[in-house]
Design a protein around this ligand. Structure first.
Ligand code: C5P
Length: 232
């Protein structure tokens, strides 16, 4: 599995996402479809983007009882996506069920990764709201180990955690990392950030980049810059 840049297409309508993707003539970026676009447009949006030749990371972060997650994953698998995710907090049983549901009759399946702790949750919130008293680092690594035990392919984490995840879970366990900004760019609401070259050095397998590309004056050039810094 090669390194790649995943473009977070955080748009609220099909028209907006197609206007954006139309700018890319030759390259077909790996795109991330999140809840907003999926709930607005339904599964059809996945089929339409797929038909245009893009790989798709469907970022719906499933978290429910194992049986429900298994059946839902089997529906998502029929959409011919390339990557999807669950919350590791759903437990090892739930992640195992997700993997079973995702596996097609011929044994093939999309990549399945786990969200450890959301980057919007800090230590204080985790302690107060979730009654988890360990250090964030320890919690993230514990969830990564659970995902590995369940047979998942990797985790979503900060690029700053990629090295440690690989060290503890192996180099083939994927790290998919948002929180990427250009050296000379605006951090916005992201706190633990790295630029694409640093994320490459840290060992991230995929970077997920949204606004630095979607809000750029020249989105294609911004995407190409990510490719130059992270992949080439
Ligand atoms: O615009 P920006 O580059 O910050 O977009 C990052 C993308 O990654 C968004 O779609 C966001 O929802 C997602 N994400 C994140 N942090 C996580 C998980 C997902 O920023 N921990």
């Amino acid at each position: 599995m090669g390194k790649d840049v995943i473009v977070a297409c955080d748009f609220s309508s099909a028209q907006q996402v197609f206007d954006f993707l139309d700018k890319f003539e030759e390259r077909k970026p790996f795109v991330k479809i999140g809840m907003e676009l999926f709930y607005a447009e339904g599964p059809q949006i996945v089929r339409k983007i797929k038909k245009r030749g893009h790989k798709i990371f469907l970022d719906l972060k499933l978290h429910d009882i194992p049986n429900t997650v298994k059946k839902s994953m089997s529906v998502l698998s029929s959409l011919d996506i390339d990557m999807c995710n669950v919350h590791a907090a759903g437990t090892i049983n739930m992640m195992t069920a997700a993997l079973e549901g995702l596996t097609r009759d011929d044994g093939s399946r999309p990549l399945l990764i786990a969200v450890t702790q959301l980057t919007s949750t800090d230590r204080e919130t985790m302690e107060r709201d979730l009654l988890i008293h360990d250090e964030m680092d320890k919690v993230v690594m514990h969830y990564a180990h659970n995902a590995l035990t369940a047979g998942l392919d990797g985790v979503v984490c900060s690029p700053q955690e990629s090295g440690k995840v690989h060290q503890e879970c192996g180099n083939s366990f994927l790290t998919v990392t948002p929180g990427v900004r250009f050296k000379d760019g605006d951090a916005g609401d992201q706190k633990r950030i790295m630029n694409p070259a640093e994320a490459k050095k840290a060992g991230s397998d995929y970077i997920v980049v949204g606004r630095p590309i979607t809000s750029a004056a020249d989105p294609v050039e911004a995407y190409e810059r990510c490719i130059r810094e992270f992949v080439d």
